[in-house]
Design a protein around this ligand. Structure first.
Ligand code: AOF
Ligand code: ZN
Length: 372
């Protein structure tokens, strides 16, 4: 057994500080790494950062490799937002590089639940006499990687509901129009939100009414691929719609009922699934999306689609853009038209964060008992 010096309070305080830097860094990969995680790495010696790295995009170098590959200094402390991998995947095990570079101490924010890692990275480092601490920044790390964590643990995409609603919870006016319930700035924020996800989903009604492109137009997402998922039970959407354009960068995935009269595939990723009284069976839709490697899904509406996801509790998070307008109207579409019968059954969102913008407020909150 090696004799390690006792850990001082100074060490602990620095661990939190450097892990925060690694976590901020990791988020630069947001939207580009899925279905793999965002990871940040910071290499420190004598209280100074010598190098750092982050996982930039799916299939590219792991964060640890980016931070260590050109480093020649031994005896460093390595801060990692996720346990290092110890398996041969698209890249060799990062633990081997950490050992070869004679890193003295490794601090990880959390264990990687990927069954191919799941503690083995930490065990390997310890077996080679590298002091390893797990935990600092763990809550933040789990929040940052919530898409990855749900997908790796349940093989189901992380689902976020997105809606632009009036102050009185309406998605449309009395005549059924939704343009524009939210302000210009709210719409820009909500477009940018799309970039954080692997896929975006909309129903047949929205596609016909708005003829949206469902693409990424805001700065910062250049080069990102985004799957567009459309629910079209009867398979009746005309090919002249905007959604059929730009399929190279924004692949189109269509789901129709296996009872549709027209069973002809309109795009290569056209799937026919079961249909019940409420529409397409969403669990089957999600299962198929997970087979495509889609780790996260932003559900953009319209009213019927949002209602189904809420009714079946098939969401993890909600991002609502609430405008400073009262719309009213008996025929206007509500956010959850089918509702609950008793107040005790109302859906509760937890850990809600509110931010203001010109003309409205954005709320992001989580479904209680989300499996993450
Ligand atoms: C990443 N980036 O910085 C780290 C990862 O298929 P591979 O070889 O890229 O391995 C993917 C797995 O490696 C991933 O699911 C996670 O368990 C582990 N760590 N992955 O993409 C990184 N550190
Ligand atoms: Zn790795």
């Amino acid at each position: 057994m090696k004799n390690h010096p006792p850990r001082t309070f100074r060490d602990d305080r620095d661990d939190e500080k450097f892990m925060k830097i690694a976590l901020k860094l990791s988020q630069r990969g947001s939207g580009f790494t899925e279905p793999n995680p965002m990871v940040g790495a910071v290499v420190v010696k004598n209280g100074k950062i010598l190098s750092c790295g982050y996982h930039q995009a799916f299939g590219l170098k792991h964060a640890e490799t980016m931070a260590l590959e050109n480093l020649t200094v031994p005896g460093t402390t390595l801060y990692l937002t996720l346990e290092p991998c110890s398996h041969f995947g698209k890249t060799p095990p990062c633990t081997d590089l950490i050992i070869a570079k004679k890193v003295r101490r490794v601090v990880v924010a959390m264990v990687d639940p990927n069954p191919r890692v799941n503690g083995s990275g930490i065990r390997k480092l310890r077996a080679h006499g590298i002091r390893t601490r797990c935990g600092p920044g763990g809550d933040w790390a789990a929040y940052v990687n919530r898409h990855y964590l749900k997908f790796i643990k349940t093989a189901t995409p992380y689902v976020t509901l997105h809606a632009g609603i009036s102050l009185d919870g309406k998605l449309t006016d009395d005549a059924g129009h939704s343009r524009w319930i939210t302000s210009e700035q709210g719409r820009r924020y909500s477009h940018s939100l799309r970039g954080e996800f692997s896929a975006i989903l909309a129903g047949h009604g929205t596609i016909l009414a708005d003829n949206p492109r469902l693409n990424l137009r805001e700065p910062g997402w250049e080069g990102k691929t985004l799957y567009r998922v459309v629910l079209d039970s009867a398979n009746t959407l005309p090919l002249s719609l905007n959604i059929f354009q730009e399929q190279e960068r924004f692949p189109l995935v269509i789901f129709s009922s296996n009872a549709a009269a027209n069973r002809k595939k309109k795009v290569p990723l056209h799937f026919f699934v079961r249909h019940d009284a409420n529409g397409l069976v969403l669990a089957e839709v999600l299962e198929q999306l997970s087979k495509l490697g889609i780790a996260s899904l932003l559900v953009e509406g319209g009213g019927r689609v949002l209602d189904s996801f809420i009714r079946e509790r098939l969401f993890d998070e909600a991002a609502f853009f609430i405008s400073d307008k009262i719309v009213g109207g008996r025929n206007s579409v509500q956010i959850f038209a089918s509702g609950v019968t008793r107040l005790e059954d109302a859906l509760e969102l937890v850990d809600c964060r509110w931010s203001e913008y010109a003309g409205g407020t954005m709320m992001r909150g989580f479904r209680k008992c989300s499996p993450v």
